[in-house]
Each structure stands twice: as structure tokens, then as C-alpha cells.
Design a protein around this ligand. Structure first.
Ligand SMILES: Nc1ncnc2c1ncn2[C@@H]1O[C@H](COP(=O)(O)OP(=O)(O)OP(=O)(O)O)[C@@H](O)[C@H]1O
Ligand SMILES: [Mg+2]
Length: 318
């Protein structure tokens, strides 16, 4: 028979992260409160929120660096508590916003220091693998103080790969990087996913979350919203269909105002924004009606809202 702990652990072992009503206070200050979510293995999970929302504190708590005030969590199927800290640390890695490298040591020497900390069985081989994974192998003898910010981030990423983590926490990995360096880091993150690593990514870059993440959560001390990006979009917004015609529509009353499939509409000359229920079923009906009435259509399609719209709406709504 399974003990309570074993049965909980098996149940939650299906997920890379399983968090239930977790809270963390620093004295009177609440860093995050009652957050619950699950992250499947192999997913990139985006954790978004404004400054001070509790993102880093969540990472540090799940990474066993801080003790939660209440609630429970399983990290890699292991229950988060003090006696399991070591076990959890053997399956995760955290890349903090500032990697904190030794400037006077080379990239290779920096990684060797951490290789010793991790007591790696074959540090040379593992360091070489990690450096190759972030395209830094050729620069391994460069001193860290001579590196650009983007390259330092990559060393941080290489360091976080040394212990073969199943789950990798990346705290704003592209913060302060230029577009080229950002793209490189994003490609590296996708590469990690392709190797089966689960990535917990905090970011301020919404387009980054939209591009990389399978699932997104928005936190502002409490969890405001969680879901797949597409699901989140339809949860918050009416679907908007953009219609472009060759000439402005003449009989708008009959075709738009009195059209039961259109909730409301606005236009600017021959470009119309139509609020509808389900675009996939409404668009063909709208097209048929317009064509029957000799309206010449240039283009029609669903407008995708950017994650930024969702984010601002969610954060502003408290
Ligand atoms: N060690 C600490 N002692 C006291 N308060 C703290 C401590 N660490 C964080 N806080 C507070 O907890 C709240 C959440 O901070 P946290 O660093 O988790 O936010 P964040 O979402 O990572 O913000 P940012 O986007 O600015 O990095 C803030 O109000 C912060 O001041
Ligand atoms: Mg932070």
C-alpha cells in the first residue's frame, strides 16, 4: 500500500511542476499569494507580470532557495519541503537574471568552479557539451569580464545546463539584450525544449512569451490568468474580424447593422472591424451575404490580438 506521501508524489509526478495555493510573505509584505498551476514535462511555461509581481520570488521558492509561507508544491514530482531540497536541486537548475560570474576567470574556469560544486562525474566532457549547446565552445578561454551582456547570459545558460536539469528556471534571460542577442537566447531556449527540458520562463517581453511558450500565466501577487495563449485570447476578447472591401459598403444597415451574426462594427473608409461570436463559422456566412449583395471583398480574416493586449487588460483589471 502507498503511504500518503508516495501516493501524492505519484499523482503529481505526471507534472514537472504542480503548485497548490502557494504563498510567500516577507514579514508583512506578500510576495505572492495562493498561486496554483501545473506545468507538463517538456513545456515552456511563461510567467509574466509587472515589476514586484512575485515572479523571482516564485522561482526562488520553487527552486528551494526560499521557504514558502503556506501551500504545497511538487517539483519534478518531488514534494517541496526542506528535507527534499537536495533531491529537488538535483533535477532543476536556476538561471538568475544576473548570472554573477567571476570576471577574472575564463568561461571554462567559471564553469569548472561550478562543475566542482555539482561534483560532476566527468566535468570536462559536460562543460564542453554545455558550451557547445550555447555556441560558446570556441570562446571558452575568454575572460568573463571581457564578455558582452549577451555572451554573459549565454555563459549563465551553459552553467545552468551543467547538472543536466529536467526543469530549468530562467529568470528574464533576455533582459537588457539587443534584438540579435535576444533572438539567439530564444533559439537556445527552443533548442532546450527540443531536448525535452521543461522551461519555466519569467519575462517582461510579451512577444517572447507569445513566441516561445506553450502556456502562459499572468501574476500580480495573485495569479490573474493562466492558459494556452490562444485560449486566453478568446477568454478576454470578442473575436474581431477585419474586412476590407474595394468600395465602402452602401447598405450598411441591412448588411451590417441588421446582421444577426455581427455584434457590432466600426469602420475607417473601406476597412471594417466586425465583432462576432465564432469567426470560423461567421466568416463564411458574412462573405456569402456580402457577395450576394455585390460587395467586392478584398480581404477578410480574424484579427489576432497580441499578448500585450491581454496582459495590459489583465494587469489593469487588478
Ligand atoms: N528578500 C526579500 N525581502 C523582502 N521583500 C522582498 C524580498 N524579495 C522580494 N521582496 C518583495 O516581494 C515582492 C515580489 O518581488 P519579486 O522580486 O518576486 O518580483 P518580480 O515579479 O520578480 O519583479 P521584477 O519584474 O521587478 O523582477 C516585491 O514587493 C519585493 O519587494
Ligand atoms: Mg524578478
Amino acid at each position: 500500500m502507498l503511504t500518503q506521501t508516495e501516493s501524492e508524489s505519484n499523482h503529481n509526478g505526471d507534472y514537472a511542476l504542480s503548485v497548490e495555493n502557494l504563498s510567500k510573505n516577507f514579514g508583512q509584505r506578500t510576495a505572492f499569494k495562493n498561486i496554483s498551476f501545473k506545468v507538463a514535462y517538456g513545456e515552456i511555461f511563461g510567467f509574466l507580470g509587472p515589476n514586484g509581481a512575485g515572479k523571482t520570488t516564485t522561482v526562488r521558492t520553487l527552486g528551494t532557495l526560499l521557504k514558502p509561507t503556506s501551500g504545497q508544491a511538487f517539483v519534478g514530482g518531488i514534494k517541496l519541503n526542506e528535507s527534499n531540497s537536495q533531491k529537488i536541486r538535483s533535477v532543476i537548475s536556476i538561471m538568475p537574471e544576473n548570472p554573477g560570474l567571476y570576471g577574472r576567470l575564463s568561461i571554462q574556469e567559471n564553469l569548472e568552479c561550478f562543475g566542482e560544486l555539482y561534483r560532476l562525474a566527468d566535468p570536462k566532457e559536460k562543460i564542453a557539451q554545455s558550451l557547445k549547446a550555447v555556441n560558446l565552445f570556441d570562446r571558452r578561454n575568454d575572460l568573463c569580464r571581457s564578455l558582452s551582456k549577451g555572451l554573459k547570459q549565454r555563459v549563465g545558460l551553459a552553467r545552468s545546463l551543467l547538472n543536466n536539469p529536467k526543469i530549468l528556471f530562467l529568470d528574464e534571460p533576455s533582459s537588457g539584450l539587443d534584438p540579435v542577442a535576444t533572438k539567439e537566447v530564444q533559439e537556445l531556449i527552443l533548442n532546450l525544449k527540443s531536448k525535452g527540458i521543461t522551461v519555466f520562463l519569467t519575462t517582461h517581453r510579451l512577444e517572447e512569451a507569445e513566441k516561445l511558450c506553450d502556456k502562459v500565466a499572468i501574476i500580480n501577487t495573485e495569479l490573474k490568468l493562466i492558459g494556452k495563449t490562444d485560449e486566453i485570447r478568446s477568454q478576454l476578447f470578442n473575436s474581431t474580424v477585419e474586412l476590407k472591401t474595394v468600395h465602402p459598403i452602401e447598405n450598411t444597415v441591412e448588411l451590417l447593422d441588421n446582421n444577426p451574426d455581427i455584434n457590432s462594427w466600426t469602420n475607417s473608409e473601406s476597412t471594417y472591424l466586425l465583432q462576432v461570436g465564432t469567426p470560423s463559422t461567421m466568416i463564411p456566412k458574412i462573405v456569402n451575404l456580402l457577395v450576394e449583395n455585390n460587395v467586392e471583398i478584398l480581404a477578410i480574416g480574424e484579427l489576432r490580438h497580441s499578448l500585450e493586449d491581454i496582459y495590459l487588460k489583465t494587469v489593469e483589471n487588478g
